[in-house]
Design a protein around this ligand. Sequence first.
Ligand code: EPZ
Length: 430
Amino acid sequence: MEQYIIKGGIPLHGEVEIGGAKNAALAILAAANMTNETVYIDNLPDVRDINALLEAMEGIGTRIERVDRHAVKVNGSSVENFIVESESMKKIRASYYLLGALLGKYKKAQVPLPGGCNIGSRPIDQHLKGFKAMGARTRVEHGFVIAEAETLHGAHIFLDMVSVGATINIMMAAVMAEGNTTIENAAKEPHVVDVANFLNSMGAKIKGAGTDVIRIRGVASLHKTEYSIIPDQIEAGTFMFAAAVTGGDIVLHNVIPKHLEATSSKLMELGCQVHEYDDAVRVVAPSRLQGTHVKTMPYPGFPTDMQPQMAVSLAIAEGTSIVTESIFENRFRYVDELARMGASVKVEGNVAVISGVDRFTGARVSAPDLRAGAALVIAGLAAEGITIVDDIYYIERGYENLDLKFQGLGAKIEKVASEKEIQKFRLKVG
Ligand code: EPZ
């Protein structure tokens, strides 16, 4: 089992390159199956979730050619099996995007029903509601969701809650349906727009992505394209908060500053300066952060995927802060781990009350999920002494070379796999 070991207390300085957005890439790879022609996709992050989805796609017969670490050619003409096996779903929840993609193209898909996960219960009722409205029959049997239709037709779908996954899945199913589909109360996240742009580049007719009403005119078929995934706003935000908690000054390249506005504005409330350039941002942290309040909301609100990183910053900020998590019910599981580093956080339901402390002290902690894991790494970068983060498997689902990127900013962090390596690191850093 691998861990990150960190000697904290060093302000981050320098420049870092942000990779492609994992959550856009997952949907775009699934959507690439919807044409018989070869699709070229680059700016893919090389992270576990992406690699697991590529494996799941190979399992249904998709031909994948790795062009380089961040680019693939996908050919879905040889898909012959509409059953996505359970092993892949265990590795990666987002293989549910194959449901919308396969149903849209072949009118049939069978994908393991995703269970709850470690950030909360994650039902897919809204995805199924959309498929049904388009004429599909859906049922759950032996742990699989099965969706099939003779033909799919356009429909008017009003989502009961803003869901990124349901918006994208319904959009994929609708692009080759007969007639027009409207999705109301649609998610507006940048990756929804990216998936729509990708599908449009293959000949789909989608309008309104990025607003809460998306209109889709069905087309008979899709064709090849070359596409570059947008930068990862959550990876970027994670580095921005890392600069904040360490009292650093860093420049992030390959970002879209507009996508970072909610994060940037909270960083400014914390007392940081945020300078925006065309495709870069610079974060300059003060010597002590100021507490503030935050509530997670669908885009353009403050992202739930950034909540733990924000909370870590508030935990060493001046004063008392309140964090309200309104998207997932179980996203405070890192709080007990953070307490081991000296943080003072009280959770009541979906609200965390944080009393800022002067400093964190290094401890051995474990990552409860992807973003919380990254937040604990950030806490370790700020902490006095040595922090060891266990279960970094979760972190590697969504961050490429997190250790190397932090090293490039001057941090003392290494990935280790044994007590011997831990000792070696301790001796090296003194
Ligand atoms: C996506 O999950 C992301 N995952 C998550 O990123 C992210 O936290 C989340 O959107 C919110 O932004 C991917 O893109 C692969 P939702 P998703 O459907 O699509 C409820 C990360 O760290 N809901 O927008 O599954 C749901 O329970 C991750 O990268 C229903 O009730 O999230 C939640 O409360 C983790 N029924 C809310 O809606 C449904 O049918 C929003 O979920 C669908 C959702």
